[in-house]
Design a protein around this ligand. Structure first.
Ligand SMILES: Nc1ncnc2c1ncn2[C@@H]1O[C@H](COP(=O)(O)OP(=O)(O)OP(=O)(O)O)[C@@H](O)[C@H]1O
Length: 478
């Protein structure tokens, strides 16, 4: 054995392994049993052409173990070994189940042992792939390519603004905008001077046209410039890596601020259901991308659910290798809770749940912008939007607002076809798209696809009788 020492451990230990339901996922269940308790050299030995599934092989298969001279039923070997190695398994399973039902949102595992998370990641991922409850599925511009995939997308950075224009923008900030701008600027200067300022958590709130995006642009430019001077001690630090991260929940909002979606930036999985999973073997890549990052801006925060927020917190902790909230990064959340809420039934951050850790309530300081900064033509419209923003269900719409809105109403027949249309259902969208396409092109050819699907039991691709129909997210499994 050379210098390798045999490790001896006679203390009892708990080994973490993938658990799955015998009723819901029998193939996985028996596959796990065979892999754990039937001696084998490769997975091919756990199925045969006549018993092509794990379940069938477990039920009727026989093997001859090395050192024996007769065949033995697979299930007898598995049972024997299971009894030997899986002591107290029922108690452990029920304890894990109880824990999963009663715990809060955050999962401390990836905080306690980020590196070890690598081991459980493929298993958790496998479990999630079968989980149809998908929080993100309904977001039209949610980009699946960005989630937990292998691709590392370069972080988008906004184009540089002309310095003279930028100076003008800083000078024209109104009182409240300036107050936030200089608070962040002072923090950055302290950071550069190694004065270790406390991380900050600002929530910038305000109605339509109050200059939230404008302020973000100013903060981003100034903070990035100052923070690029923070002394970096490692020789191989790439100073081109961003110091301020611009993010949003949906692709559209991220695009508007020339930023990146939270899912793409932090490689979040599609399903955000606990337990939170770590980055696994993508950790180093993402860590190096975000090495210099000190501030994260989250736009459109009303759409961020409590689960997503907890995920962002845990991811940043793992990436930055610290247990401080959001990995020690300062956070600027921007948005308006009167606007779009999170998708599905997910809870928004402004709704407090005493049973969960409330990062939002605990840390964030709210600053409300009130002055409408839109140009003159838009002011009347912006003022109306802000009245509607706070209008209760039973409040009557004032005459002036009703008239203004009525001006925009037109008969469907008079509506220009190239105007942006919004429909309530996909069916109406499809009908409109087909009609519009028909106007553009007269000769339309349908090309039918040959769709294959992986047979989960045999692992082989099988041609489907007819092309698959469904959402784009479902197509990923084909
Ligand atoms: N201090 C300022 N000086 C001059 N123009 C400003 C200022 N603040 C904002 N604006 C302008 O006012 C308009 C509205 O600002 P902005 O888009 O930032 O508002 P917002 O709060 O993000 O609005 P919404 O919630 O509707 O997206 C923009 O044209 C912006 O350039």
């Amino acid at each position: 054995m050379g210098f390798v020492q045999r490790r001896k451990n006679d203390k009892p230990a708990i080994i973490r392994f993938h658990r799955c339901s015998q009723e819901k996922h029998p193939e996985q269940y028996y596959g796990r049993l065979l892999k754990l308790y039937l001696p084998h050299r490769s997975d091919h030995e756990l199925k045969t052409p006549s018993l092509p599934t794990y379940q069938a092989f477990y039920g009727a298969g026989c093997v001859q173990l090395p050192g024996t001279d007769c065949l033995e039923y697979v299930q007898h070997i598995v049972k024997r070994n299971r009894e030997k190695y899986e002591k107290n398994s029922e108690e452990i399973e029920s304890a894990v189940e109880e824990y999963e039902q009663n715990r809060g949102v955050t999962d401390e595992w990836c905080n306690l042992a980020p590196e070890s998370d690598l081991v459980r990641l493929p298993l958790v991922e496998q479990e999630r792939e079968q989980d149809n409850e998908n929080e993100q599925e309904d977001v039209p511009d949610y980009s699946r390519q960005a989630d937990a995939s292998t691709e590392v997308r370069a972080i988008r950075e906004p184009p540089a603004i002309d310095p003279t224009l930028l100076r003008q923008m800083f000078q024209n900030l109104n009182k409240k905008q300036a107050c936030i701008f200089y608070a962040v600027r002072d923090w950055c200067i302290k950071r550069v001077c190694a004065l270790n300022p406390e991380q900050f958590f600002f929530y910038i709130n305000g109605g339509a046209g109050t200059g939230k995006s404008h302020l973000i642009k100013c903060i981003y430019s100034e903070a990035s410039k100052i923070l690029s001077k923070v002394p970096r001690y490692a020789d191989d630090v790439d100073i081109s890596k961003p110091t301020v991260l611009l993010t949003a929940f949906t692709g559209t909002a991220a695009f508007n601020i020339s930023g990146t979606t939270l899912h793409s930036l932090l490689k979040l999985p599609r399903s955000l259901k606990p337990p939170i999973q770590g980055l696994g073997n993508q950790l180093d890549e993402v860590r190096s991308e975000l090495l210099n990052a000190e501030i994260i801006v989250i736009d459109e925060v009303s759409m961020v659910s409590r689960h997503l927020f907890a995920y962002v917190d845990a991811r940043l902790k793992q990436i930055k290798g610290t247990r401080r909230p959001f990995g020690g990064m300062s956070v600027i959340a921007v948005g308006d809770f009167y606007q779009l809420p999170p998708v599905r039934q997910s809870k928004p951050l402004c709704v407090h749940d005493p049973s969960e850790i409330d990062l939002w309530r605990e840390h964030f300081q709210m600053i409300t912008l009130t002055e409408i900064m839109r140009q003159k033509d838009d002011v009347v419209f912006a003022e109306m939007l802000n009245r509607i923003r706070v209008k209760g269900k039973l409040d009557v719409l004032c005459e002036a607002d009703r008239n203004l809105l009525s001006q925009a109403i037109t008969e469907p027949a008079h509506c220009p076809t190239d105007a942006l249309h919004i429909f309530a259902t996909n069916k109406e969208v499809d009908a409109h798209n087909s009609a519009t396409l028909g106007l553009l092109h007269t000769h339309i050819i349908d090309i039918h696809a040959d769709d294959y699907r992986k047979d989960p039991r045999t692992g082989r691709m099988a041609l489907q009788d007819r092309p698959f129909k469904g959402g784009k997210n479902e197509l990923q499994t084909h």
